[in-house]
Ligand binder design. Structure first.
Ligand code: FAD
Ligand code: FMN
Length: 561
């Protein structure tokens, strides 16, 4: 409560403000309160002197939490070793006494790439960890079927190896801040009880309220590829009131299944499409449930195995669409199909790099989405979400959320940047360039772009040429792989420009890579190493150390998929 005088001033301010002002004030106050909460020093004095905090991250959330924990503990006089699991010396684990792990889940219930070595090491070795006292904070997203699985696996494995669990594993949804802070308080309680008394304290975990979603309305949806291209890449512009993001963030969306696929399943099973189902406390018709909520394509093996148990038939343990399952291995009756509905996962969200900057397009989000097509048994099939988005007409709406990526961010305005983004990898760089152009950043900007053909696949060609003329882009190097007999890719252009590129690195430039993880980002990394070797006069080991140093300084950032 606040006093009457303050309340009356507040009412006056509100009456005087536009809706936009109110949204801004709301965000400002929330930020102020959250910053205060974070700055708050740890109240309790802990009885431990030393501990290790590790994080396994892909998009930076776990690192952010682990770093804030470390800062709070250090303020309290605890000696903290903070490390990413990719840097962690595995042989140190058996020597640790107090150990906190903040671990995200990626892929389909897998640890982030940076935590894989650690994850495999603890699972492959029969270590004796009887001296270790640990707690795991697992980051995830309830929209995925294997919620926080990697963190849970690490927790269970450490326990199995004889370590003492200080607290049960805490699972955080995407709005993790409150849960994470409450978890740290609980960890501290266990520390302050006594350092030798390591009973597990069971505290009720604070459940979170869900992620912030926005409604996006399609303003524009156009295919950027020209006639004769093998691809269809859609530039999609959305309007979304109050949307807030930074260049480098992605948009997350849960696609709908195709009406055709749902209708075919229902008619094959012969069940009433309007039958009501209760799903996560909301009522849906069976048709809507299958269309908007449940995954019916490319079911994981674990779901196919459960299906086999329900229908009591032998089914090979391979991924399959629900339509094929009900056609080849029919359900006996409606009741059996209802059991099948219960075992289906929810549709997982897909991420798309944001291709716009709010500084250039207030209340808008732009995307660059390539239609994903693949062939199975000579039949061309379509990726679910890319087709869902590419087929949305103007004025159609859908819900989305922002996936922050603090590991893919622009540096200070005066720093130079080198952006390597073939194909849809161009998307975040369009946002970077827009941002730097709109804010008058003084750093130089160098873009490496590539695709199959100059004529049909040069995405955003006119914009890029305009930015070059304006000076917002300093250099552009393009590689069109199929315009000549030999294949030319961005990595070849990097090698060709090695001398200049190395001089940019030496003067402090930041390097960004976005697009296909394999083979593009690996080939680009090899090319960078070769450039550093050749123009930095280093052997391969020294070149690798140079690149790792760039990574540690946050000057080599990748967002690859
Ligand atoms: C951080 C991040 C940023 C991204 N940014 C972009 C971006 O800017 N632009 C962009 O276009 N994409 C981007 N992506 C990729 C995007 O998220 C999706 O992965 C992509 O659009 C494919 O999704 P989909 O639903 O269309 O395909 P899905 O339906 O998920 O299919 C994906 C693959 O699964 C397999 N598969 C699916 N169904 C079957 C089946 N029935 N039988 C056999 N195999 C099958 C195929 O190999 C297929 O290619 C990004 C990803 C990440 C993680
Ligand atoms: C491609 C992708 C796959 C994901 N898969 C899962 C998953 O299987 N289970 C889960 O709980 N969360 C999953 N998540 C959600 C992340 O764990 C969540 O966003 C987390 O906050 C990321 O933490 P980080 O920034 O430290 O990597 C996934 C996120 C992405 C981008």
């Amino acid at each position: 409560m606040i006093g009457e005088t303050k309340f009356s001033k507040l009412r006056e301010l509100i009456a005087d403000s536009s809706e936009k002002d109110l949204i801004w004030m709301n965000g400002y106050l929330a930020g102020l309160v959250s910053a205060k909460t974070h700055e708050e020093p740890v109240q309790k004095s802990t009885s431990i002197q030393k501990l290790t905090i590790v994080f396994g991250t892909d998009t930076g959330n776990s690192k952010k939490i682990a770093t804030s924990f470390a800062q709070r503990l250090k303020k309290n006089g605890v000696q903290v070793k903070l490390q990413g699991l990719d840097q962690y010396r595995l042989s140190d684990l058996i020597k640790e006494e107090y150990f906190l792990g903040v671990i995200a889940t990626h892929g389909d219930g897998e640890p982030p790439a940076a935590a894989k070595k650690f994850y495999e090491y603890i699972h492959a070795n029969s270590l004796s960890l009887t001296n270790l006292k640990y707690a795991v904070l697992a980051l995830g997203d309830t929209a995925y079927p294997l919620f926080c699985k990697a963190g849970e696996d690490v927790d269970l494995r450490l326990k199995t190896l004889g370590a003492t669990q200080l607290l049960p594993v805490e699972k955080c949804d995407t709005d993790f801040e409150e849960t994470a802070n409450a978890w740290l308080e609980n960890v501290l309680k266990t520390f302050s009880s006594t350092s030798t008394d390591t009973r597990t304290i069971q505290t009720p975990s604070k459940k979170t309220s869900g992620k912030k979603t926005y409604e996006g309305k399609i303003l524009t949806n156009v295919n950027l590829n020209g006639r004769g291209s093998a691809k269809q890449t859609h530039h999609i512009e959305l309007s979304a009131d109050g949307v807030n993001y930074e260049p480098g963030d992605s948009l997350g969306v849960v696609p709908h299944n195709s009406v055709d696929a749902v209708d075919s399943i229902l008619s094959t099973v012969g069940i009433n499409r309007n039958k009501k189902f209760n799903y996560r406390n909301e009522e849906y018709s069976l048709h809507d449930l299958l269309r908007k909520k449940l995954n019916i394509t490319y079911l994981p093996e674990r779901v196919v195995n459960k299906y086999a148990t329900i229908v009591q038939q032998e089914i090979p343990s391979i991924r399959m669409d629900l339509l094929n399952l009900v056609k080849i291995y029919p359900v006996k009756d409606e009741a059996q199909f209802e059991e099948v509905v219960d075992i289906l996962d929810q549709i997982t969200p897909r991420l798309y790099s944001i291709a716009s900057s709010l500084a250039a397009h207030e209340n808008e989000v732009h995307l660059t989405v390539v239609k994903n097509c693949f062939t199975v048994n000579n039949e061309v099939l379509q990726g679910l979400c890319s087709h869902y988005l590419a087929n949305l007409p103007a004025d159609a709406s859908f819900d989305f959320y922002i996936h922050k990526n603090s590991e893919f961010k622009l540096p200070a305005a005066e720093k130079d940047i080198i952006m390597i983004g073939p194909g849809t990898g161009i998307a975040p760089f369009r946002a970077f360039i827009e941002e730097r152009n709109a804010t008058g950043a003084s750093g130089r900007n160098w873009l490496f772009y590539g695709d199959q053909h100059f004529e049909s696949d040069f995405l955003y060609q006119t914009e890029i040429q305009n930015y070059l003329q304006l000076g917002s882009l300093t250099h552009v190097d393009v590689a069109f792989s199929r315009d000549q007999p030999e294949k030319i890719y961005v990595q070849h252009k990097i090698l060709k420009q090695g001398h200049e590129l190395f001089s940019w690195l030496e003067s402090g430039a930041h390097v960004y890579v976005c697009g296909a993880k394999s083979p593009m980002s690996d080939d680009v990394e090899q090319a960078l190493i070769q450039v550093i070797e050749k123009f930095g006069n280093k052997n391969s080991e020294q070149a690798l150390t140079y690149l790792n140093q760039l990574k540690e300084e946050g000057r080599y950032q990748k967002d690859v998929y």
